[in-house]
Design a protein around this ligand. Structure first.
Ligand SMILES: NC(=O)c1ccc[n+]([C@@H]2O[C@H](COP(=O)([O-])OP(=O)(O)OC[C@H]3O[C@@H](n4cnc5c(N)ncnc54)[C@H](O)[C@@H]3O)[C@@H](O)[C@H]2O)c1
Length: 418
């Protein structure tokens, strides 16, 4: 059995340099790696990982293998793999099955290759590995002790599985740790989505009407950063509390139907399906740009875009022009897939440091646990707090400690108006 399949193994030296640069900005994960090297808490454990194969994932894989694990890895999106990193990992002896530009069939071939390694713990980003094991490779279920999930969309799918009794092993929801979504989803997606849009188009953001669909953690970060670049930001929402928050944060809020004729750039960050549809596209200005930063390529209806177009052509990498029947042109970035990973390099290493520190510590936690019910679990509070305090220490930031008097004051009810 081939132990890896990557685009070009000769890219390994460049991949090693990319991993080295990412590692320099990941002090928390390096701290954990150092401990793992000494303690070997993952000795003999086979891990199956379906994660974006980026330089930061390279640092995570090095950390897990330093702990004694055998890692089999595939990408979690057909367009997000950095081929240099995949080559470097293959050269280090990691069983990696990933290359940029996989077809859907090839994508699932890679996922199945990871399952062939009989993982004892799964690490997922979007739940494609878990769902493949549960739907198509049920023989692998017996050997799996637990898993972790990186993103909001994956957790939505896993909670749906839990609700119907379909989930057969425990999963820790890494996304829901404070040290993950407050930083990765907000600042990571905010910055890298802007980066992806600029790399794909090189358009000026200042003065543009920039429509953010979904004011969740990703949408908040994106709206903030787009405003910082001088864009006039419009938010669309379905949740009244989040819409209200966007209004008070100073953004214009309106339905997508009303934003459609005004927007210059539209970005979906909802985790939902068909947020931008034909009826909206038909109202858009000539030259409008459409991008998605939610997990799957379903937020912008590409079948609708195809159905109203007479032709399409690729103008630049990750930039496709759709000519509508009335001659207007709309521009779709990165085929509607995660624009920050397909057109740029995903989140900066500094935020992945925290997300992947949670991943590494949750994998260790799962190996130590005797028996957990097949449910979706929160990241243990101690792990979240440890990651935050290690990050602060690495940033040379000190904070106060509660005095004994303060501890008592905030844990009793007797004191009041004085
Ligand atoms: N690009 C990345 O690197 C990256 C990073 C983290 C998360 N994600 C993905 O981004 C998506 C959003 O994640 P999040 O953590 O911000 O989720 P979230 O649940 O915090 O926010 C999603 C928001 O979208 C809103 N929404 C749902 N349907 C909508 C619709 N039809 N129109 C307008 N708003 C709608 C919801 O009300 C919610 O406020 C998920 O798919 C997640 O997996 C991507």
């Amino acid at each position: 059995m081939a132990r890896f399949k990557v685009k070009d193994k000769s890219l390994a030296p460049q991949g090693n340099l990319l991993i080295e640069w990412a590692s320099k900005h990941m002090p928390v994960l390096n701290h954990i790696k150092h401990r793992f090297m000494q303690e070997k808490p993952l000795k003999g454990i086979t891990l199956g990982a379906c994660l974006h194969v980026t330089s930061e994932t390279g640092v995570l894989v090095e950390t897990l293998t330093a702990g004694g694990a055998n890692v089999a890895l595939c990408g979690s999106n057909p367009l997000s793999t950095q081929d240099e990193v995949a080559a470097a990992l293959a050269e280090k002896g990691i069983s990696v099955y990933a290359w940029r530009g996989e077809t859907t069939e090839e994508y699932y071939w890679c996922v199945n290759k990871v399952v062939d390694h009989k993982p004892m713990i799964t690490l997922d980003d979007g739940a494609d590995l878990v769902s493949t094991i549960h739907k198509k490779r049920t023989e692998a279920l017996e050997g799996v002790k637990g898993g972790t999930e990186e993103t909001t969309t994956g957790i939505m799918r896993l909670r749906a599985m839990e609700k119907t009794g379909a989930l057969k092993y425990p999963i820790i929801a890494v996304n829901d740790a404070y040290t993950k979504y407050l930083f990765d989803n907000r600042y990571g997606t905010g910055q890298s989505t802007i980066d992806g849009i600029i790399r794909a188009t090189n358009v000026l953001l200042a003065g543009k009407n920039f429509v953010v669909c979904g004011y969740g953690w990703c949408g908040r970060g994106l709206a903030l950063r787009a405003r910082g670049m001088g864009a006039s930001v419009i938010v669309t929402e379905v949740d009244s509390v989040r819409a209200l928050e966007a209004v008070m944060d100073g953004f214009r809020v309106m339905p997508i139907d009303k934003a459609s004729p005004i927007g210059d750039i539209f970005v979906t960050t909802t985790g939902d399906i068909h947020v931008i549809r034909k009826e909206h596209m038909l109202k858009m200005k000539d030259g409008a740009i459409l991008a998605n930063s939610g997990h799957f390529n379903v937020e912008i209806s590409i079948p609708d875009l195809d159905s109203i177009s007479s032709s399409k052509r690729t103008l630049r990498p990750n930039l496709e022009e759709y000519r509508l029947q009335d001659e207007r042109k709309l521009y779709l970035l990165a085929q509607g897939r995660l624009v920050n990973l397909a057109a740029a390099e995903g989140h900066p290493s500094e935020v992945m440091d925290m997300s992947f520190a949670n991943q590494a510590l949750c994998v260790e936690h799962l190996t130590k646990k005797e028996k957990m019910e097949p449910k979706v679990y929160s990241v243990p509070k101690e792990i979240d707090e440890l990651v935050a305090s290690l990050k602060l220490r690495a940033m040379n930031v000190e904070i106060d400690k509660l005095t004994e008097e303060q501890k008592k004051y905030i844990s009793t009810w007797e004191a009041g108006t004085v």
